[in-house]
Design a protein around this ligand. Structure first.
Ligand code: CP
Ligand code: NVA
Length: 308
């Protein structure tokens, strides 16, 4: 039974219930197959982005156009946001013009403040803490590869930040076992880890380790992200030796399930978190995963805007 999150914010993956998440994935699959085409004409999505983006920006825009709506690109450089207009004021003004906003910024507190001041739905399009829209596409890709989300294990190797956080919460809600392997000092936020354990409700397991081999043993999906995220670029070179044992390469694939798939939110730094062969090889699902951003976010927008 589909229970879409009508009229609500998606600030964290944990804003969804397990039923809502499964419902969104089902809807995304229907939209991808072309068997159902909801419409929300005259609705306007504002993209309030303070960080770079290819996939999120374009997939949200195309999703909204395909739903019959319109998009406004409100990058910080072209609005008064870049000149320091407070979030609370921006939120109350945009609230009067657009029907939904997707925000990409640094602090999670900023989108929470925006949502407090705006009555329209607010979608997290990436903060330093979370990237829930990415994980909708990732779970859709996993489900497509195995035909189910039951009895699967996802392994994430790398930096324990935004993508890892939402992935832990999303896997916990979806009933997928999640193992996160990070170098010392780069473990996920303990509050998010506890939240994931709570959301899993014993349906699936949540493991955090510094042992990359233990993290990938027998796993069905190996997932990684850049070693230095947007905002951490100054540490990129110094992190390489610490993160090297967490690279996704043939040796890691050999430890995983023989049908394991490789995932990466992209953009990728070949030769760092993932080898060229792993990225381009037969187990890679990177392009399906990127395509699924479109279908998953279209499902999210259609649900939030009550078009389904
Ligand atoms: N994966 C992802 O969010 O990509 P972009 O930064 O290009 O939007
Ligand atoms: N962790 C990365 C994800 C990019 C989509 C970053 O925040 O830069």
């Amino acid at each position: 039974m589909l229970t879409p999150p009508k009229g609500r914010d998606l600030l964290s993956m944990a804003d969804l219930t397990s039923t809502e998440l499964h419902g969104l994935l089902e809807l995304a699959a229907q939209l991808k197959a072309g068997t159902y085409q909801p419409k929300c004409p005259n609705k306007v999505l504002g993209l309030v982005f303070s960080k770079a983006s290819t996939r999120t920006r374009v997939s949200f825009s195309v999703a909204m156009y395909q739903l019959g709506g319109q998009v406004l690109a409100l990058t910080a450089g072209v609005t008064q946001v870049g000149r320091g207009e407070p979030t609370a004021d921006t939120a109350r003004v945009l609230d009067r013009y657009v029907d939904v906003v997707a925000i990409r910024t640094f602090e999670q507190a900023e989108i929470e403040e925006f949502a407090r001041y705006a009555s329209i739905p607010v979608i997290n399009a990436l903060t330093d803490l979370e990237h829930p829209c990415q994980i909708l596409a990732d779970l859709l890709t996993l489900k497509e590869a195995f035909g189910t989300l039951e009895n699967l294990t996802m392994s994430y190797l790398g930096d324990g930040i935004n993508v890892a956080h939402s992935l832990m919460l999303g896997c916990a809600l979806a009933g997928v076992n999640i193992r996160v392997g990070t170098p010392d000092g780069f473990a996920p936020n303990p509050t998010v880890v506890n939240q994931a354990i709570e959301l899993a409700q014993g349906r699936s397991t949540v493991v955090v380790t510094t042992d990359p081999k233990a993290a990938v043993q027998g796993s069905h999906a190996l997932y990684t992200d850049v070693w230095a995220s947007m905002g951490d670029e100054s540490e990129a070179a110094s992190r390489i030796p610490k993160f090297q044992p967490y690279q996704i390469n043939q040796a890691m694939l050999d430890l995983a399930d023989e049908h394991a798939i490789i995932l990466h939110c992209l953009p990728a730094h070949r030769g760092e978190e993932i080898t060229h062969d792993a990225k381009e090889g037969p187990q890679s699902r990177l392009w399906d995963q990127a395509e699924n951003r479109l279908h998953a976010q279209k499902a999210l927008l259609a649900s939030i805007l009550s078009a389904v």
